[in-house]
Design a protein around this ligand. Sequence first.
Ligand code: GAF
Length: 382
Amino acid sequence: MSLKNTTEAVFRQSFGYDAALTVQAPGRVNLIGEHTDYNDGFVLPCAIDYATVVSCAKRDDRQIRIIAVDCDGEQDIFSLDEPILSHPTQQWSNYVRGVMKHLQQRDPHFGGADLVLSGNVPQGAGLSSSASLEVAVGKAIQTLYHLTLDNVALALNGQEAENQFVGCNCGIMDQLISALGKDNHALLIDCRTLGTRAVPMPDNVAVVIINSNVKRGLVDSEYNARREQCETGARFFTADKLRDVELSQFAAVEHELDPIVAKRVRHVLTENARTLAAADALAAGDLALMGTLMAQSHASMRDDFEITVPPIDALVDIVKREIGDKGGVRMTGGGFGGCIVALMPTDRVDAVRQAVASQYQRETGLKETFYVCHASEGTAIC
Ligand code: GAF
């Protein structure tokens, strides 16, 4: 049964009437440009064909009722007329509560709603299941109540909810690509202006995502530490953000910086340059150049930003050996586990799948999960 059929059927069974509409918002994979978004830099993600789906209807009171199909049908209910506080035990409902609270601050012209949620974005894999939930819930209320907020505002609202309500200090990439993704395209996003350029995916190229299934620990604390190190670097240059620092400027004074901060700054500055080059390489269908840039990105995340872990490095090496210069592969997302992303001719996918199946577990003791994805449209009514 499709997600939409599921949420609509659960809606009918649970609330005793039909949902007025169903919306979806996708997860994402970032092709290149890691830890650059909160430095006002460039990223090149695409939305994927895994999504969170919300069936919904207006209520004529000020209550929000929600059912999470994937959490054993757990429910939450709260009022828009009382201060919206964190749920003490149900983490999933804090994404919904946070979105509602911040939406009220942006545009209070909405009332109650019944919502049923379900999704197939792998959770905890670094593919932005939470951003897709935030954007989907925002889209549901925007559509039900004809709010004048556009999809960029829904993305900013989701980020605000995540930063201020859930307490995770993420950048804007994940929510923005979930809101604006374009079928068969990646988006080059300027995280300072939020301007985007759609970059067509070349014909016969597969987007492969492989989950290392490394248990991710310390992700939040390490993420925040990286952010602080980047801010320290920007302050050294009396810059607002590392986006304002030139590579030549950095090279001239690199030795004066704290060595760890210097490595973090080098990653961000070189990653921004690689991301801009990658958008052009992808647009030109130049998979060999894409491969070189993705390999450099991975090395920079491993050696300078220090966010990869040995099983992820092993997985990247296995795929690299198999695809050679016919494609690219790197870790994707915040780091410390999660997924790798690879671009390759579609006729190579089976060989890569087999190579990973026969080598990854032997080398690391872990079993991978393999996804062949399609670059997809952002949030929409289903
Ligand atoms: C996580 C964050 F949510 C993003 O904002 C981004 O910083 C990413 O890590 C690293 O590129 O997904």
